[in-house]
Design a protein around this ligand. Structure first.
Ligand SMILES: Cc1cc2nc3c(=O)[nH]c(=O)nc-3n(C[C@H](O)[C@H](O)[C@H](O)COP(=O)(O)O)c2cc1C
Length: 133
């Protein structure tokens, strides 16, 4: 199972989250992708996970999506199990100072604890919009 975390500096105001979550739910279910999308005041951080080719293809789509800006991979890796097995694409908007510090840590980090910080961040603030049927 491959996972990939990327960041994007796209402006929330110019994006219809409803559209994105709808597309994500349909596509991700079809291609066996799960994950979590975190929105904050300066952009997004998203974890996507699934079969290697599916993850690579989705990241390809995402990085060419004009709604994104300055898309960059933070980390990728492989694991036996999914981090978000029950989510086609979970979603949370985070805004507290503490959480923004975690976002900065995730964006800057170049080490193994990125995944841990990410999962801690989203399990503290979860809006269940797109739960797996
Ligand atoms: C912040 C953000 C997150 C996205 N996440 C996903 C996703 O998890 N899955 C997905 O299929 N598309 C996602 N997209 C949309 C893709 O960039 C792309 O538009 C889509 O995969 C194309 O699907 P289509 O060919 O079915 O129209 C996201 C877009 C944005 C701006």
């Amino acid at each position: 199972m491959k996972h990939l975390i990327y960041r994007s500096e796209s402006e929330m105001a110019r994006i219809s989250l409803a559209d994105i979550l709808l597309t994500s739910r349909v596509n991700n279910n079809k291609f066996g992708i799960t994950g979590f999308l975190v929105a904050h005041s300066r952009g997004f951080i998203q974890l996507i996970e699934g079969e290697e080719t599916a993850v690579n293809q989705l990241y390809q789509n995402i990085s060419q999506d004009l709604r994104h800006a300055n898309v960059a991979i933070i980390t990728t890796g492989h694991s036996k199990q999914r981090y978000f097995p029950n989510w086609d694409m979970g979603y949370a908007y985070i805004s507290s100072q503490h959480q923004l510090m975690q976002i900065n840590a995730i964006s800057d980090a170049n080490n193994a604890s990125v995944i841990k910080t990410f999962t801690q961040l989203v399990t503290s603030e979860v809006t269940p919009l797109t739960r797996h049927g």
